[in-house]
Design a protein. Sequence first.
Length: 598
Amino acid sequence: MPARIHALPAQLVNQIAAGEVVERPASVVKELVENSLDAGARRVQIDVEQGGVKLIRVIDDGAGIDRDDLALALSRHATSKLASLEDLERIASMGFRGEALPAIASVSRLTLASRASGADLAWEVVGEEQQVRPAALSGGTVVTVRDLFYNTPARRKFLRTDKTEFGHLEQVVKRLALVRQDVAFVLMHNGREVFSASVAADRSGHERRLSDLLGPAFIEHALYFDYEAAGLRLAGWVARPAFSRSQADMQHFYVNGRMVRDKLVGHAVRQAFQDVLYHGRHPAYVLFLDLAPALVDVNVHPTKHEVRFRESRLVHDFLYRTLHRVLAEPVGDTADGGRMVPATPPEVSVPHIGEPQQSSMPLRVAERREAYAATLRWQAPPVEDAVAPPAPAMQASSGADATDDHPLGFALAQLHGVYVLAQNRHGLVLVDMHAAHERITYESFKRARDAEGIKRQPLLVPVSVAVSRREAELVEDNVAALSALGMEVDRLGDQSLVVRALPALLRHADAERLLRDVLADLVVHGSSQRILEHINEVLATMACHGSVRANRRLGIEEMNALLRDIEHTERSGQCNHGRPTWTQLDMQSLDRLFLRGR
């Protein structure tokens, strides 16, 4: 006899929802603080005890809740943020499901107190009692959550130590504080203030908050940018590759003010950094993507950490190209605290498989700096030949005082045949001459490749590869892009491909493995740079062997020529492996070394 179907009790339904929404105390804080932000709060205080298990109290000065809506706020699927399908398709608020408060109330002892704007009195409701009573509150809303998971002991057993749980909770508050610089935040733990962030009225204030929350080293190494195109805007701070991390613990990405973790975003960022980072290292960034709410679906998961872009290829292309250009900008210095506000370097002509052949998204940014005075260049060897180091060109020095037009200044001396010492208007510049010349040579190789095209090497014996029908169709759709990258692939049947040619620089590569790697990228991400990445690896090796070595004595003119090339070369701040190529010691730093002025 089949089991009878019956409706679940409301309490059980809410506890099931809590299993999706409330993972740990940090989840509770996220939901409650986002509600405060949706209410227009300008100050949010979070009081926590025992990592959030014993107590979480969120106090805000927002618009508040009317007395008649208090009990309803604790009902499942009750919300003020949407009323129709059209609203769901253009969500601008942080919350919208109407699940968080009833879910939290079902696994804790919750009290909701609020005083609506213009109301004479404040009111509160306790848990599911549905009985509203007067409260003492001057304005805004206070949500108190006690004894989290007291009635679901199995869930409580999965919680970690108080210190660990508070660490997760603190990270959530910091991430919210990073994006909402217009709101003041206070976090208290066991009666002690952990951090306090006042309202940041402008960019400098936002950077002070970044420094407080992420550490001063991040902002010292960060590049600020703000690009807009095709209805998309990407702004924020991305740390130079030399500030890479051993883990992805300093990656903060926001879509329309909502913090998200998205595979498409992660892939685009990794592609932008793949030419400048050590393997196994992770970039650091705080990035804000803004687009029309109708172009992004936030109704993907109850926690709202995941989103789905309606034009995913457009978003991926925009993210990759924007970050690629920011990281590619040659050396420059501005009055903006010594950090570079990048201009737009030249377009890369080689297409990426699965991406548009010509970008329809020109970036509107500040004009490029005035061109530097013409200088003689270091001549790189041809792309096809890995030869001995090129002889540096000679250039007459313009004098040590003419530094305004040259950010790296002019050479003073060479140290132990390894470092070039130069003087600019800020102080002393130290250059690792091999690392710098390696990047210069590598970028020269890439420019030559882009100008001349990628040479193709036909295979003596074509390689047949069995694939799925979808993969075969993907190759047919990308034949032109594959051909532009030197790889000739034909479709033999519904589930069969044949590789007839490879790029000349990859003529010894495993043709089947390379094709399968490209297909995997196309299936998952809709685009692939796999071939170009392998070609770049070969060029990087050639550049390493073709660059000036340690203990090679250089004259002043040769060192100045190297400095000018660093200033003109994309990504010149780091070598091909992600190490810095030069560093600045300003006069204040030098004075501190010698205790001057004390």
